[in-house]
Write a protein that binds this ligand. Structure first.
Ligand SMILES: Cc1ncc(COP(=O)(O)O)c(C=O)c1O
Length: 409
């Protein structure tokens, strides 16, 4: 049954509003959420079995630009694949058509390699989590950046494993020299390229040099290059590290269908590298971790590269518009190569987030050590960003709270 993308999304959006999940007996205040960060708060509230409230006042329409999601969701070909997959919903993913071996084979074919080089994840977070479990310990540290995507850091800390964090450099890029200097004896290096939340990217030569130097200093250290935002990069110096990972031992790349492919809710990610390198991830993976819908949608999306090109172009237009608007407000974003911006807002991220939420615009959580002056803003549709930039303009016109003094770097 073919579906128009717009109708399908509209149907989904006619469900209950976020406000309808608010419980009058909830003891969870907006300030508490803002202090801790929305996604972390949501995850913890869910673990406690609580409903998840919103910062947006009742009756105000939300523009949700807080979690680096694709505002349009999956492309039409992928949506049709999801809809036509309902008859297979009763099957396990090893028994369905297409099944998980088909998706692994399609990914292996795309990167001109073998199925043993690919491990599927329930989102790339399963890959990241299992990499920390497999390759770090109390004595073999996770070496990571600050700020970066914190999933690996949080898992390592929960497990009591050692963590070494290296602050990004003055251009908000991963500080490769400092990370190399800290790499000796590390169990795992997490190298997020482009980096969330700073939105910056390193070119292919820098990444290749980084890998070579870490491997020379610390040959047993495993290097994880997270390319979640690969499809949004337009910097010509950038190239995927997948060919490098397939050549070099102890290096692998993680990718996700959550961003440009628009499938964050479907939970499909993967690791790719030499078979020996990714084998521990295969051993730790939950059986049948990707659903029959995720498999069908991911395969359809892989078969529709034009959609991803169009999505990159759409995002680039929105990014250019939003960066220019913020620049004109005196708020400089870093050099974004992603579907989000890291912006100097001259006030705390918390103040900015709470003020924007009052007008229905929800932006990202705190990202220490820059939470006193920088905020992360994900990119929605052009129409959403036109409205959101109006809200930013009025929020930024107000004087910042006196707690913020000067620049933070
Ligand atoms: C850099 C990075 N890696 C991985 C992920 C996890 O994505 P998922 O588990 O949806 O694949 C995210 C999510 O925002 C991310 O920003």
């Amino acid at each position: 049954m073919p579906a128009s993308r717009r109708d399908f999304m509209k149907g989904l959006r006619s469900g209950p509003s976020p406000q309808s999940f608010l419980s009058p007996t909830s003891s969870l205040s907006g300030a508490a959420i803002a202090a801790r960060g929305l996604e972390d708060y949501m995850a913890q509230a869910q673990q406690r079995g609580q409903k998840t409230p919103s910062l947006v006042p009742p009756g105000v329409t939300e523009i949700r630009i807080s979690s680096n999601e694709n505002p349009l969701g999956p492309g039409k070909v992928a949506l049709d694949a999801i809809l036509s997959q309902f008859p297979e919903a009763g099957r396990y993913p090893f028994n369905s058509t297409p099944g998980e071996t088909n998706l692994v084979a399609a990914l292996a074919a795309k990167f001109d390699t073998k199925p043993d080089n690919v491990v599927l994840g329930a989102g790339s977070q399963e890959i990241l989590k299992n990499a920390v479990r497999a390759f770090t310990s109390p004595t073999r540290a996770l070496l990571t950046a600050s700020p970066t995507f914190e999933n690996c850091t949080n898992v390592a800390k929960q497990l009591g494993h050692a963590v070494v964090e290296v602050k990004v450099d003055s251009s908000f890029k991963l500080d490769t020299d400092a990370m190399i200097a800290a790499s000796k004896g590390a169990g795992l290096v997490f190298f997020n390229n482009p980096n969330n939340p700073t939105a910056t990217v390193h070119g292919a030569k820098t990444v290749a040099d980084f890998v070579e130097r870490v491997r020379r200093i610390s040959p047993d250290t495993v290097i994880l290059i997270d390319e979640a935002y690969h499809d949004y990069v337009i910097d010509p110096a950038y190239q995927s590290a997948i060919p490098l990972a397939l050549r070099a031992p102890n290096v692998f790349v993680s990718r996700t269908f959550s961003k440009a492919h628009g499938m964050a809710g479907l939970r499909v990610g993967y690791a790719i590298g030499q078979a020996e390198t990714v084998k521990p991830l295969a051993q730790l993976k939950m059986p049948y971790n990707v659903s029959v819908f995720g498999i069908a949608a991911a395969m359809a999306s892989l078969g529709d590269p034009k959609h991803i090109e169009d999505e990159r172009a759409r995002n680039t237009d929105v990014r250019t518009f939003t960066m220019k608007a913020l620049d004109e407000m005196g708020c400089k974003p870093t050099d974004s190569q992603t579907n989000f911006l890291f912006v100097e807002v001259h006030r705390t991220a918390k103040d900015f987030r709470e003020a924007c939420a009052k007008s229905g615009v929800t932006v990202g959580r705190d990202f220490p050590p820059f939470e006193k002056t920088y905020a992360r803003i994900s990119l929605g549709t052009m129409a959403e960003m036109q409205k959101a930039t109006d809200v930013f303009r009025s929020v930024l016109r107000a004087a910042p709270s006196p707690t913020v003094a000067g620049k933070q770097r």
